[in-house]
Ligand binder design. Structure first.
Ligand code: NAD
Ligand code: IPM
Ligand code: MN
Length: 355
């Protein structure tokens, strides 16, 4: 029997609450399937660990994680610990250290999910964001000069390498070609006269290798407007790290809310473990109350199953999420229900066992 070693980092706030449901669901899938299993290792890393040890993860944390087939992460960030420390020393360390340069974020309105756009039909909101996840605006390059002095200067560089741009754009073309869908590049070459001009140039270059893929390009400001006014324009979308971050929260808003938004951080070459996580944060405003929606995490679990080659199980989980959204019997408060986080997870498992 194949056993997948998965490192579990619940993290902070609602992270451990939602990830517990994801683990329950993955175990249930494996038990029903019978041909594979999961060996989960829980890591207590996050802001609590930081308060005790001064570190967000163990000193050899990346070596420990490297032993796994995947990482399942809840959320990171807690009041009292500066966000740039908690995120850079855990989440971003993993994304960068394991070269998870593809961040795949479906923005898909499932049957039964609430949508704030009047007149939008489910088929109008069916996008797959391919967010660059290793460099760009998140390169971490810059300087802080004359700190605290009147002439203080801060510089934050955007780093766009040919290698980095080509590989993410090529990945997006491969996905669009395989899915027979259009590919839209979102950038900002009118104002960002180096980085985004370069991005646009590479998009045009790579597109020549994929004559069968219909392409579109938008400036990010117009793209944000069209995501609300006419979301049906977008199918597969490729964009930079920061634009992808912002546009996928907008995407979450039009596709049922943060409680339904999933993401996969992939190292496509599989030289390192990939990481699966809901795209929402630790939601300190609702943490500890068992009211967080675990369905985004279940969707990320579906992405993990797909990555391991179990497309049928991946699809079944999405169907189950749709059933739950349509039946409206077990929904958390963000979706207008009164169910707890655990009850929603239990309902997913009950449905898995049903057929
Ligand atoms: P957030 O995503 O945590 O919360 C935004 C809003 O969405 C809140 O009102 C929250 O209650 C709601 N929400 C989020 N997830 C939900 C769920 N599963 N069910 C129901 N409601 C949900 O964003 P924020 O408040 O800007 O950030 C809080 C902390 O999380 C910060 O420290 C931030 O840096 C961190 N953060 C971490 C990640 C990550 O670990 N991947 C992602 C985003 C933000
Ligand atoms: C996300 C988050 C992270 C990001 C933060 C917490 C660093 O917002 O995964 O969307 O910006 O990538
Ligand atoms: Mn984000």
């Amino acid at each position: 029997m194949k056993t997948y070693k998965v490192a579990v980092i619940g993290g902070d706030g609602i992270g451990p609450e939602v990830i517990a449901e994801g683990v329950k669901v993955l175990n249930a899938v494996a038990a029903i399937d019978g041909t594979f299993s999961f060996a989960f290792t829980q890591y207590p890393w996050g802001c609590e660990y930081y308060r005790k040890t001064g570190r967000m993860m163990a000193e050899d944390g990346m070596d420990q994680l490297a032993e796994h087939d995947a990482i399942f992460l809840g959320a990171v960030g807690a009041p009292g610990v500066p966000d740039h420390i908690s995120l850079w020393d855990l989440l971003l360390t993993i994304r960068k250290g394991f070269d998870q340069y593809v961040n795949l974020r479906p923005v898909k309105l499932l049957n039964g999910a609430p949508c704030p756009l009047k007149d939008a039909a489910v088929e109008d909101i069916d996008m797959l964001f391919v967010r660059e996840n290793s460099e760009g605006e998140y390169a971490g390059s810059g300087s802080w000069l004359y700190k605290g002095k009147p002439n203080e200067v801060v510089i934050q560089d955007g780093v766009f390498s040919r290698h980095g741009c080509e590989r993410i754009i090529r990945y997006a073309f491969e996905v669009a070609q395989a899915q027979k869908r259009s590919l839209t590049s979102i950038s900002k070459g009118n104002a960002l006269n180096y980085s985004m001009v370069f991005w646009d140039q590479i998009f045009a270059e790579v597109s020549k290798e994929y004559p069968a893929v219909e392409t579109h390009t938008y400036l990010v400001d117009a793209a944000s407007m069209f995501m609300v006014k006419d979301p049906g324009r977008f199918q597969v979308v490729v964009t930079s790290n920061l634009f992808g971050d912002i546009l996928t929260d907008l995407g979450a808003a039009i596709a049922g809310g943060m409680g339904l938004a999933a993401g996969a951080n992939l190292n496509p070459e599989r030289n390192f473990p990939s990481m699966f996580e809901p795209i929402h944060g630790s939601a300190p405003d609702i943490a500890g109350q068992q009211i967080a929606n675990p369905l985004a995490t279940v969707w990320s679990a579906s992405q993990m199953l797909e990555f391991f080659g179990y497309q049928n199980w991946a699809n079944r989980l999405i169907e189950i999420i749709e059933e739950i959204l349509t039946e409206k019997k077990y929904l958390t408060p963000d979706l207008g229900g009164t169910a707890t986080t655990g009850q929603v997870g239990d309902e997913v498992i009950r449905k898995l066992a049903e057929k």
